[in-house]
Write a protein of this length. Structure first.
Length: 388
């Protein structure tokens, strides 16, 4: 009798869900859940923005021009905020600056900062950089996911043939200090100066940095059936291999993942549940490359799947990574509907599709982006040809 009653109850529930009112209830609950997740991430983002703003305000006590990390630059300060290092991955150099009263104390601080910037890995930076420590501690909801950052060299392999010992680092820092030109300018504090030196990195730095991530790129290109050279070209174009890259959007890490859009799509695809990656999650290089590669897969095999020519679809995927699939459709139809755009794209050759994108994409940025990625893919294909 109990089993019969249970069956009746279950049947009633199923009928209720099939009824219009039941469907509407499900829709309402889904929208409510989606709204709650959006609010949770907005709360996390507001805390993140506030942390950056507060930290920059604190830096203004000491620096006329406070600087934080960008897409192509990794900037890090000491705990007392009176010394900083700046690695410019695009210009291929690093700069160290210190605030001091005299050259003797300045040289000591400069040497310490050189040692830091050339030797620390990503895990050590998250543990020692004042701002990264704050970012990692921001309270998160269940929808915002995080993870520990794995240890990856940043610029050490550009300078040392093998993992450097403390003695190696100390010797390099001392030699660099002695042979570098140190410039000075007035500091904000009375009686103190800002002492600065800049060091150029080796000319083949970009390719050497790519090798730090070759294992992850190769693994994910195979896992998601996308060209290895595409992943490398995207990384270079997005961040120039800066693991602590951050844009104003904000987007984070090597492949510049935007948490609420590409990050959320990729996380759901990878883990079969909703989740939004935090900044720290995306500063972890393996996570970032996995998510970026997964998103390229989503673009190519899902959002743009109706484009038949593989080369045409590849060009559209590259541009879409920068500007979104809807804007690809807009270039061909002036609507954001890919179902309408695909037939028009399919009537064109791949070369014609490429030219159409360069001419009619809504913004200039994705046009330049497509050109750069296409060019760089050829370089990485050649560089990693022997590894296939």
């Amino acid at each position: 009798m109990k089993k019969f009653s249970l069956l009746i109850t279950l049947s009633s529930l199923l009928l209720a869900l099939n009824a219009p009112a039941g469907i509407e209830q499900m829709k309402a609950e889904f929208e409510q859940m989606k709204h709650a997740q959006n609010e949770e991430f907005k709360d996390y983002k507001s805390k993140l923005d506030a942390e950056y703003k507060t930290y920059k305000k604190e830096l203004e006590t000491y620096w006329r021009k406070p600087e934080l990390s960008t897409k192509k630059r990794w900037v890090s300060y000491t705990k007392d905020k009176q010394a900083r290092s700046k690695v410019d991955f695009e210009k291929n150099n690093y700069t160290v600056e210190v605030i001091a009263k005299d050259i003797k104390s300045a040289k000591k601080k400069l040497k310490e900062r050189i040692s830091y910037v050339v030797s620390k890995n990503t895990k050590e930076v998250v543990k020692t950089d004042p701002l990264q420590k704050r970012v990692a501690k921001i309270s998160r909801s269940k929808d915002v996911v995080t993870s520990k950052v794995t240890a990856k060299p940043i610029i050490a392999p550009l300078i040392f043939a093998k993992k450097p010992s403390k003695e190696d680092v100390n010797k390099y820092a001392l030699n660099t200090l002695n042979k570098s030109k140190i410039t000075t300018k007035k500091a904000k504090q009375k009686g103190e100066k800002v002492y600065t030196l800049t060091v150029n990195l080796p000319k083949n730095s970009t390719l050497r940095l790519s090798k730090l991530y070759a294992k992850e790129v190769s693994q994910n290109s195979q896992e998601f059936n996308i060209p290895l050279e595409l992943v490398f070209a995207i990384i270079q174009t997005e961040s120039d291999f800066n693991p602590f890259a951050k844009s104003h959007i904000p987007a984070f890490g090597l492949m510049q993942i935007v948490p609420r859009t590409a990050g959320k799509d990729a996380y759901r695809f990878l883990h079969k549940r909703d989740g939004t990656p935090s900044a720290t999650y995306l500063y972890n290089a393996p996570n970032n490359i996995e998510m970026g590669s997964a998103y390229l897969h989503i673009l190519y095999y899902r959002y743009l799947k109706k484009i038949k020519n593989p080369k045409s679809r590849l060009y559209c995927t590259i541009a879409a990574y920068n500007t979104g699939a809807g804007n690809i459709a807009w270039a061909f139809t002036h609507t954001h509907n890919m179902n309408k755009a695909a037939p028009k794209i399919n009537r064109l050759s791949s070369d014609a599709v490429y030219e159409k994108l360069l001419q009619d994409l809504k913004y200039d940025e994705p046009k330049h982006y497509l050109k750069r990625v296409k060019k760089r893919m050829k370089i990485y294909k050649l560089a990693y040809k022997s590894s296939k």
